[in-house]
Design a protein around this ligand. Structure first.
Ligand code: SAM
Ligand code: SF4
Length: 322
């Protein structure tokens, strides 16, 4: 799918739930959110139907997200079906890693194309302060088990926050030295509770890493689905990536759309509008009519977000999927 600004849209981030077992302070309030009733959430059959339509329109890569995808029952059943859709080359997922361990064998059998683990700190106390959870070791164990399982493309995603986990940046990056996995630093975006935190910028992180590990050599390759820029550090097995939506805006190369768990197609993370595809799914519209709606939505994909803190999107990240 080519949009008005000649961008090839071939990637969808698909949220399967707005529920989560953690309460990362920049993402979800400690008291939780009022979750949508299950009847409002797209069923797996509805998601599969939409993915068939998207695949026919040129979407080749699907990232499953949430909330936390593993709080939804039978997630692997959905993943297995998505993997079978002609035209879909890659099905990957992003997870906080707390609940994934019992599913690793099945994920390997399904031949999942990659797993991103969100890990903001190597310190259990800081993990508790950020997420409200004592499951830090569970996540670390899951990352090791995933690496040992032979599942390809394991990545670590870390959101550095000034004064909270910035002391951990070099340690987290060091996981790409110790293991053959990429570590990416995601710049905090002023969306939802993220507005309350000070991002550590890519330039600041680069300086820290150069002081600890030496020169960061820019790489040309794309090692994920989207806009991360990668660097190599001598002696590292994996690369270091940056997803810096604010300080290094990448809208000109944006290749993605998002589907919320209640069926809204969002063409830009920063804008509140979306097309209610659930309405068309549940009111007897044909696949052709639904693709027409998708084309219309895509025509509205903005050229870029503006860099101000006045982001029109009012939903929290757990409701969108990151
Ligand atoms: N629960 C899963 C997880 O944590 O990976 C999937 C959903 S979570 C919303 C997806 C990603 O969004 C996580 O890596 C999280 O750290 C990131 N995230 C949440 N709020 C953010 C914000 N305001 N700015 C940047 N990244 C954010
Ligand atoms: Fe849950 Fe992921 Fe948000 Fe943390 S970042 S609260 S794990 S959805």
């Amino acid at each position: 799918m080519i949009d008005r600004f000649h961008r090839n849209i071939d990637y969808i981030r698909l949220s399967v739930t707005d529920r989560c077992n953690l309460r990362c302070r920049y993402c979800m309030p400690s008291e939780g959110i009022s979750c949508m009733p299950m009847g409002e959430i797209l069923s797996y059959e509805e998601i599969e139907r939409l993915c068939h339509i998207f695949a026919g329109m040129g979407i080749h890569k699907i990232k499953i997200t949430g909330g936390e995808p593993f709080v939804r029952k039978d997630l692997c059943h959905l993943l297995a079906h998505l993997k079978q859709i002609p035209g879909i080359d890659k099905v990957t997922l992003t997870t906080n890693g707390v609940l994934i361990l019992p599913w690793l064998d099945e994920l390997k059998i399904i031949d999942i194309d990659g797993i991103n683990f969100s890990l903001d700190t190597l310190d259990p106390d800081t993990f508790y302060r950020i997420s409200g959870s004592h499951d830090h070791q569970t996540v670390i164990n899951a990352i090791h088990a995933a690496m040992e399982s032979g599942i390809q493309n394991i990545k670590i995603n870390c959101v550095p926050m000034a004064g909270i986990n910035d002391a951990d940046i070099a340690g987290i990056a060091g996981m790409a030295k110790k293991y053959p996995i990429h570590v990416r630093f995601i710049e905090m975006m002023p969306i939802g509770l993220g507005k309350n935190y000070i991002a550590v910028t890519e330039d600041e992180i680069c300086k820290k890493l150069e002081n600890t590990y030496g020169t960061l050599l820019p790489l040309d390759g794309n090692f994920g689905n989207g806009p991360a820029r990668y660097y190599h550090i001598q002696g590292f097995q994996g690369h270091i990536g940056f997803i810096s939506a604010m300080s290094h805006r990448f809208c000109h190369s944006c290749n993605r759309v998002r589907l919320t768990s209640d069926g809204y197609l969002k063409t830009c993370l920063f804008y509140g509008e979306g097309t209610n595809l659930k309405y068309y799914l549940r009111n007897g519209y044909s696949d052709e009519s639904i693709s027409e709606q998708i084309v219309l939505a895509l025509q509205q994909k903005p050229e870029h977000h503006d860099l101000s803190d006045q982001i029109p999107e009012s939903k929290g990240m757990s409701q969108i999927g990151g």
